[in-house]
Design a protein around this ligand. Structure first.
Ligand code: GLY
Ligand code: MN
Ligand code: MN
Length: 475
C-alpha cells in the first residue's frame, strides 16, 4: 500500500501535475465528445426558446439559415449562432421559419439529399429523421423552401432575420423586389436578451471550453522557452484544443511576444521569442458552439523581471478586485471602475501618472474596456450599459497595461480631445525616464466569470495566474 502511494506521488511529480507547495495542476477535462451528441432532453431548451420568441412575434415571421459563409476548402462548417440557438440543428444548407401561424409555427427545411453531395459530404438527415429529432411542425424540401420564403416575403409581413449574415439580407431583399413593403429587422431584438442569461447546458459547455483552454495555456507554460517561435506556442494551444474535442478556436488566437504583447489584437503569431520577453496569449477553445476567452501573460524565460513583475502584480490586483464586484445587483460597469481605480493608484505610485484626477492618463496605459459578455460569440450579444448584473450572465474581466514603443510620440494625437497640448507635453516629459524602463511590456489577464445567485464562479479558474504558480510550472 505504502509503495503504491510513493509511486503515485512520484508519477505526479514526473508528470508535472504537482509543485512543492502541494498545489496541483490537475485540470478536470476529459476527452468525451459524446457530451456533444444529440440528446432528446436537450431539445426542450431549444423548444422553450422558440416558444418565447414566437409569443413575441405578432404578425411577423422569422427566417434564418444555418450558414452562408463557408468558403470552400478554407473553413470548417459552423452554423450561424441565432439559427443554432433556436433549433439545436447544425446541418449546412438549412432554413428555419417561425411564425404564430398554428399550422406552421416552426418549419425546418431539409438539406439537399442528392447522391453527389452524399458522396462528398456524407449522409445528411432525411425529412423523417429531422421530424423525429428536431420536432418542427413541418419540414420542407430544399427545393420547396425557396418558394415558401419567396411567398412569405411577398406578403409584405415584417421579417426578423440575422443581419450578421450579410448576404442573406441581400438575398431576401431581392426576393421582396423593389416594390416590396417588407421590413427586415434583426432577430437580435427578440433573442439577444435570452442569450445573455445562460442556461445550465450552456454553462456546462462554457466550463468545458474554459477547462480545455486552461489546459492549453498550462501546456504552453511547460513548453515555452526563448528561441522558439510564437506560432509554436499557437500550435501547442490549438493542438490542445483539438486533442480535447474542441473543433476550432472561438476567435483567432493572439500569441504575442515582446513588442507584440502590446498590440491588442495581434494575430500573425510569427516572431522568434527572445530571452526577457513577455508572451501574451489571448485564446479560447470553442465547445458545443460556446467559446472561452482567457488571457495569460508569462515570461518567455520562465522568470518575471522586476519591471514585468510590478506591472503584472498591479494588473492581477485590479483583476481580482473587479472579479469580486461581479455579483448580482452590482453594475456591469463596476468592473471597469474598479480596474481604473486600482491601476490609477498603482501607476501613480510608480511615477507613471502625474495627475490621478485625469481619466486620460490611465487610458494612456489601459487602452481598452474591462468586460464584455461571453457565449456563442466571443463578444457576445446583449446590452452592456447601465445594466445590473444577474445570475446566469457570463462576463470577461480583462484588465491590461501596455507600454507601446510609439506611445509617447502618439500621446498628442491620441488625447487631443481630452487635454490641451501643453498638459500632454508636460505629462510625456515627466514620465519619459520611468516609461522607458517598461517599453514592450504588455500585460493582460482575462478570466470568464459566471454570475450566480450567491456571488460568482470563475469558469477559467484552472488557468494559473499567480506569479509563483507560473514560475513554478515553467521551471
Ligand atoms: N479575445 C478578444 C477579447 O478578449 O476581447
Ligand atoms: Mn480575450
Ligand atoms: Mn475578452
Amino acid at each position: 500500500m505504502k509503495n503504491y502511494f510513493s509511486l503515485f506521488i512520484f508519477l505526479l511529480i514526473l508528470s508535472g501535475c504537482t509543485n512543492p507547495a502541494g498545489r496541483t495542476w490537475m485540470i478536470p477535462v476529459t476527452i468525451d465528445p459524446a457530451d456533444l451528441d444529440y440528446s432528446p432532453s436537450s431539445m426542450e431548451s431549444f423548444e422553450e426558446r422558440r416558444s418565447q420568441l414566437i409569443d413575441s412575434l405578432g404578425n411577423s415571421f422569422v427566417i434564418l439559415r444555418s450558414a452562408s459563409q463557408c468558403s470552400a476548402n478554407r473553413h470548417e462548417f459552423r452554423p450561424n449562432n441565432y439559427f443554432y440557438y433556436l433549433t439545436g440543428y447544425a446541418d449546412r444548407g438549412s432554413y428555419a421559419i417561425l411564425s404564430q401561424d398554428p399550422n406552421q409555427s416552426y418549419c425546418l427545411s431539409a438539406p439537399p439529399q442528392n447522391m453527389r453531395m452524399q458522396i462528398y459530404d456524407g449522409k445528411v438527415l432525411d425529412v423523417q429523421e429531422i421530424m423525429e429529432k428536431y420536432r418542427p411542425d413541418r419540414t420542407v424540401s430544399y427545393r420547396e423552401v425557396r418558394a415558401l420564403i419567396d411567398s412569405i416575403v411577398k406578403t409584405g409581413a415584417n421579417i426578423y432575420m440575422d443581419r450578421s449574415d450579410r448576404t442573406f439580407l441581400r438575398d431576401l431583399q431581392e426576393m421582396a423586389g423593389e416594390e416590396g413593403s417588407t421590413q427586415f429587422k434583426h432577430i437580435g431584438k427578440l433573442v439577444d436578451e435570452l442569450r445573455v442569461i445562460k442556461e445550465p447546458m450552456e454553462v456546462e459547455y462554457m466550463q468545458k471550453a474554459c477547462n480545455i483552454t486552461a489546459m492549453a495555456l498550462t501546456n504552453v507554460m511547460k513548453e515555452c522557452k526563448a528561441a522558439m517561435y510564437e506560432f509554436e506556442m499557437e500550435a501547442v494551444i490549438e493542438g490542445t484544443f483539438l486533442e480535447y474535442g474542441s473543433a476550432m478556436p472561438g476567435f483567432n488566437s493572439i500569441v504575442g511576444s515582446g513588442p507584440n504583447s502590446t498590440t491588442l489584437h495581434y494575430e500573425p503569431n510569427k516572431r522568434l521569442m527572445e530571452d526577457g520577453d513577455l508572451l501574451l496569449m489571448d485564446v479560447g477553445a470553442e465547445y458545443g458552439y460556446y467559446t472561452a476567452d482567457i488571457t495569460r501573460t508569462i515570461p518567455v524565460n520562465g522568470k518575471f523581471s522586476s519591471e514585468q513583475r510590478s506591472i503584472y502584480q498591479l494588473v492581477l490586483e485590479a483583476q481580482k478586485a473587479a472579479i469580486e464586484q461581479m455579483i448580482p445587483d452590482h453594475m456591469f460597469t463596476d468592473a471597469n471602475d474598479t480596474v481604473t481605480a486600482v491601476i490609477n493608484r498603482g501607476l501613480t505610485e510608480l511615477g507613471l501618472i502625474t495627475d490621478p484626477e485625469s481619466d486620460w492618463q490611465v487610458s494612456f496605459y489601459t487602452l481598452h474596456g474591462t468586460s464584455h459578455f461571453l457565449g456563442m460569440d466571443v463578444h457576445d450579444v446583449g446590452r452592456y450599459h447601465e445594466r445590473e448584473l444577474e445570475p446566469g450572465m457570463v462576463i470577461t474581466i480583462e484588465p491590461g497595461i501596455y507600454f507601446r514603443e510609439k506611445a509617447l510620440e502618439q500621446a498628442q494625437e491620441m488625447f487631443k480631445k481630452d487635454a490641451d497640448s501643453t498638459e500632454i507635453a508636460e505629462f510625456v516629459e515627466q514620465i519619459r525616464p520611468v516609461y522607458e524602463q517598461y517599453i514592450n511590456i504588455g500585460v493582460r489577464i482575462e478570466d470568464d466569470i459566471l454570475v450566480t445567485t450567491g456571488g460568482n464562479i470563475n469558469l477559467s479558474r484552472y488557468a494559473p495566474k499567480e506569479i509563483e504558480d507560473i514560475e513554478q510550472i515553467m521551471r
